[in-house]
Design a protein around this ligand. Structure first.
Ligand SMILES: [Zn+2]
Length: 70
């Protein structure tokens, strides 16, 4: 086997290994990536004016403390 063919084969094998390594790294990163952050819509309490995640407010748009207040 001539030296040129040997070098070409080596480069081809190296490129293949490198490509599969990069693909494997990408898959790993995607698997280990934390789930995309969920952004809670914020809403303002009509009683005290505090901004809270809208799902923690009562149906009347008041926080827990204001809801207990008469
Ligand atoms: Zn409040």
């Amino acid at each position: 086997m001539s030296l040129l063919i040997r070098v070409l084969l080596l480069v081809a094998v190296g490129a293949l290994l490198y490509r599969s390594y990069v693909r494997w790294q990408l898959q790993n990163r995607q698997r280990n990536a934390p789930p995309p952050e969920r952004f809670e819509p914020m809403a303002r309490c009509t009683g005290c004016g505090t901004y809270l995640p809208s799902n923690t407010l009562s149906p009347s748009q008041r926080c827990g403390a204001c809801e207990q207040r008469p």
